[in-house]
Design a protein around this ligand. Structure first.
Ligand SMILES: [Zn+2]
Length: 86
């Protein structure tokens, strides 16, 4: 079973379609069970679609994936759960 960290590290390859059969199957299995990773991968996918649709070309250092991955890791490390607004 993949950890959330594994998923965040493989998300780019997963969305690029460059993951092999078993890594992809394992990742999808994790996504079925983990709503945090589903949200993360969904966000990445939406970002990539947005860029595709609008024809933006970002420099690698401007790609949103890194801050997203970092934010996700920090939340996962803190055991964060969505909270109701105060
Ligand atoms: Zn997860």
């Amino acid at each position: 079973m993949l950890t959330c960290r594994d998923v965040s590290e493989k998300t780019n390859d997963y969305l690029d379609g460059t993951l092999g059969f078993w890594p992809r199957a394992n990742l999808r299995m994790h996504l079925l069970l983990c709503k945090h990773c589903r949200a993360f991968v969904g966000q990445m996918q939406a970002t990539i679609r947005f860029i595709d649709r609008h024809g933006y070309t970002l420099m690698p250092e401007e790609l949103p994936s890194k801050p997203l991955v970092e934010a996700f890791r920090q939340r996962a490390a803190a055991g964060d759960r969505p909270r109701p607004p105060e």
